[in-house]
Design a protein around this ligand. Structure first.
Ligand SMILES: NC(=O)c1ccc[n+]([C@@H]2O[C@H](COP(=O)([O-])OP(=O)(O)OC[C@H]3O[C@@H](n4cnc5c(N)ncnc54)[C@H](OP(=O)(O)O)[C@@H]3O)[C@@H](O)[C@H]2O)c1
Length: 307
């Protein structure tokens, strides 16, 4: 039988609870005694989100809801009774996207608006929307060489120039814009976080926008550091060097003023490797393939700056 939640508790909803970032967030929230978490997943089946149920305190304080953020009713049911909401899910339609305008861009906006509307109706005190630095740096009007800060917004036309990535760029940019418009219209307390490549937990406060990015890293730096730490694995050999000048820089000063600190890359890599080794040690799969999964959005045969 489930134990009752603590006497003074806050209930928060985490959308897309089974995802990479959201799982860490759920774990973090479960480690604080006073949170009861309504996590949304699209599949309540045993396999996919078993890692959530296995988290410490999950039995007492994590409730999983089957919800698709594109289905207002399902997401409203998960948010009802919540004090706070973390909208982390990247809403995508099921199956391979055939029309990025609809399957990626419009769904991101609709999903975010559904979460915001449900939160407003449930009188949620604060919603944290996870955006991305992609909603920040596609801005041709930003002074060259100046680190991007929260005043910079990606421009639709510039996003569209990137053939491969424009659906993601635009989906994050438009969804974040809609979130602030919704906040202005309703007075709801909405915070957005714009992370770069995520390698650590998240922080938030106030009705604001926060960039969360440490120093730019080239993929080759990460591979070289990984090699020095774990020389026994196979690593990709093929890199296209990126001009240093083109490395996009961000300022996370605003977040750092709240006390946020970045972990050293070595520490993060070591933790990541140890967890992969733990999970995959007995699995007969090339480690490089696993690294590819880790960098699923950063193909390994190109040397990207890690935003
Ligand atoms: N990872 C990064 O480096 C990075 C960097 C910057 C920003 N971000 C942002 O951080 C957030 C989390 O990223 P992540 O890397 O953790 O993503 P992820 O592991 O791919 O997780 C995404 C989650 O969204 C859920 N989802 C997809 N479509 C949905 C829908 N229609 N309704 C409800 N849930 C849905 C997925 O659930 P299923 O399991 O059911 O598919 C999954 O749990 C995203 O908003 C992303 O844009 C990530």
């Amino acid at each position: 039988m489930e134990a009752p939640p603590p006497a003074t508790s806050s209930t928060v909803c985490v959308t897309g609870a089974g995802g990479f970032l959201a799982s860490w967030l759920v774990k973090l929230l479960l480690s604080k005694d006073h949170y009861v978490i309504n996590g949304t997943v699209r599949d309540l089946g045993e396999g996919k989100n078993a890692h959530l149920k296995a988290l410490e305190n999950a039995g007492e304080r994590l409730r999983l809801f089957k919800a698709d953020v594109l289905d207002y009713g399902s997401v409203a049911a998960a948010i009802a009774g919540c004090d706070g909401v973390f909208h982390v899910a990247i809403p995508v339609t099921s199956g391979r996207p055939t029309n990025p305008e609809v399957d990626i861009i419009a769904t991101a906006v609709t999903g975010t608006l559904n979460v915001l509307r449900a939160s407003h109706e449930a009188k949620v005190k604060r919603v944290v929307v996870v955006s991305s630095v992609v909603a920040v740096f596609n801005n041709p009007n930003w002074p060259t060489g100046e680190p991007f800060n929260e005043d910079s917004w990606s421009d639709e036309e510039t996003c569209r120039k990137n053939e491969e990535w424009y659906p993601y760029y635009l989906s994050k940019t438009l969804a974040e814009r809609e979130a602030f418009e919704y906040a202005a219209k309703t007075g709801m307390d909405i915070v957005t976080i714009c992370p770069a490549l995520i390698m650590g937990p998240l922080a938030y406060r106030g009705s604001e926008r926060y960039i969360c990015s440490s120093t730019p890293r080239k993929l080759s730096d990460i591979i070289n550091t990984s090699k020095s730490l774990y020389p026994a694995f196979n690593y990709p050999q093929k890199f296209v060097e990126v001009d240093e000048e083109q490395n996009t820089r961000f300022s996370s000063e605003k977040l750092e003023k709240l006390g946020w600190t970045f972990r050293p890359m070595e520490e993060t890599l070591r933790d990541s490797f140890e967890s992969y080794i733990d999970i995959w040690l007995d699995v007969d799969v090339d480690f490089v393939m696993r690294m590819r999964m880790w960098y699923q959005r950063y193909p390994m045969d190109v040397d990207y700056s890690i935003f």
